[in-house]
Design a protein around this ligand. Structure first.
Ligand code: SAH
Length: 425
């Protein structure tokens, strides 16, 4: 059982305050320790926000750790096929929605930019299909370090900072000739028909953690350990916090619950935008449907890492609760999924794509690499089962809007690729 924080402690402190002193793995810890000593324990959400995106010392701000040489590897970094199939998903939805004359591809948390790069290659290969469509790319990225890496990957480094009064902080032209804009917040992305993408983005957003106790629900907080200098520990709030009141459902049966209100706010925004301007959102992440309990964990050098040790030097993450995302779409859009990654990719035709690549590759090393990356993405013991795909779509994409004359013949709506079995005609 976790110790209880002293009753007098202030539970939530303000956002940020001074950034940690520059340099060294201990700078973030010293910054947090000062803050905890001054104003008492903070919520896990506040701790996670500081550790990941503090403007001076946050993990994503400084390191960004995605990729083989980083702390964790993601599907687009494993195989180009992953991004290609997602590119095909967008084109398929664009066609199903009547080929609008313009669309924005909006990616949240693009990492190294590999996924966008693979999608843009598909758009280029299918340029005859997209020829009359005006496409632009909009990247939402808080990390200056990662936005630089994305700029090199996508434009060859040919970018310019935007004037202060513009909503984008940087802009450039992709190697395939498509305009690209960078923003810090989804709210800065201009309105318009948009396809949204969030791959391993929601799992990086701050969560609150709650524990059921004999006295009712308590929030898990992060505090300084009084026994060991500069060591952090979890404690329980002495009483209910605003978050326990707002986020725990009366019918909850679990003893430990994680909630990510920031994910809820972003999904509400996506749903409103899709309802108003049209488009679709594809979310891919590891997660569950409202069933799991304690999933908060850290990664450093591809190994599990204690979430409370050396903050700012490791990736912190928690499983995405898709049932919460569905609830937050609040009927503004329809939702599909979550569906397991291996089912989604199979439905998108990954087996056919693999066959073509294998036939076209001359050397054994490339063939082995192709088979190895296929196994990483699809094997239920690897990424095939724990990663899920989830989509937000306008209601009319799934159900014909009610017409007064019910006898009017309606052509069936095309199935949404990936979420239904692939039918080859
Ligand atoms: N989608 C990429 C990277 C995943 S890592 C991939 O699959 O490879 C998470 C990404 O989200 C990073 O680019 C990180 O900098 C960004 N990020 C984290 N918190 C963010 C926030 N609050 N707003 C915008 N981007 C954020």
């Amino acid at each position: 059982p976790l110790p209880t924080a002293p009753a007098a402690a202030r539970l939530c402190s303000g956002a940020g305050g001074e950034a940690a002193a520059a340099g060294g793995a201990g700078a973030m810890l010293r910054h947090l320790a000062r803050k905890l000593r001054a104003s008492g324990p903070v919520t896990v959400a506040e701790y996670m926000r500081e550790a990941l995106t503090n403007p001076g010392q946050g993990y994503y701000t400084r390191r960004g750790g995605v990729g083989e040489s980083g702390d964790f590897i993601t599907s687009p970094e494993i195989s180009q096929v992953f991004g290609e199939l997602i590119g095909i998903w967008y084109i398929s939805e664009w066609m199903a929605m009547g080929k609008p004359s313009t669309f924005q591809l909006v990616e949240l948390g693009p990492g190294r930019g590999t996924l966008t790069e693979d999608i843009l290659r598909v758009f280029k290969q299918l340029s005859s299909v997209l020829s009359k469509c005006d496409v632009s790319v909009h990247l939402v990225e808080v990390s200056p370090k990662l936005s630089e890496i994305q700029a090199v990957m996508l434009t060859g480094g040919k970018v310019q900072p935007s004037p202060e009064d513009e909503s984008a902080y940087m802009k450039g032209i992709s190697k395939t000739g498509i305009p690209i804009f960078w923003y810090r917040d989804i709210q800065d992305v201009p309105p318009g028909y948009s396809f949204y993408l969030a791959h391993e983005f929601f799992d990086a957003l701050p969560i609150h953690k709650f524990q059921r106790t004999e006295k009712g629900w308590r929030e898990v907080l992060v505090d300084i350990d009084p026994e060991v200098p500069d060591q952090l520990r979890f404690v329980l709030s002495p009483s209910r916090t605003p978050a326990t009141q707002n986020f725990i459902q009366p019918e909850e049966t679990r003893d430990h619950v994680e909630v990510c209100p920031e994910a809820g706010v972003i999904v509400q925004r996506l749903a409103s935008r899709i309802e108003k301007d049209g488009g679709a959102a594809l979310v891919a992440d590891y997660g569950h449907d409202g069933t799991k309990t304690d999933t908060f964990r850290g990664f450093r050098n591809h190994k599990l890492h204690d979430v409370l040790s050396a903050p700012g030097t490791a990736d912190l993450t928690a499983d995405v609760d898709f049932s919460y995302l569905r609830k937050m779409a609040q009927g503004k859009t329809a939702t599909l999924g979550p569906i397991k990654q291996r089912e989604f990719l199979k439905n998108m035709g990954i087996d056919l794509r693999l066959q073509v690549l294998l036939q076209n590759s001359g050397d054994t090393a490339t063939r082995e690499q192709l088979l190895h990356s296929y196994d990483m993405l699809m094997n239920p013991e690897k990424m095939g089962d724990c990663f899920n795909f989830f989509a937000l779509l306008p209601h009319h994409r799934l159900v014909h809007p009610d017409k007064k004359d019910k006898r009017e013949s309606k052509s069936p709506l095309p199935p949404v690729a990936g979420f239904h079995e692939l039918l080859l005609k």
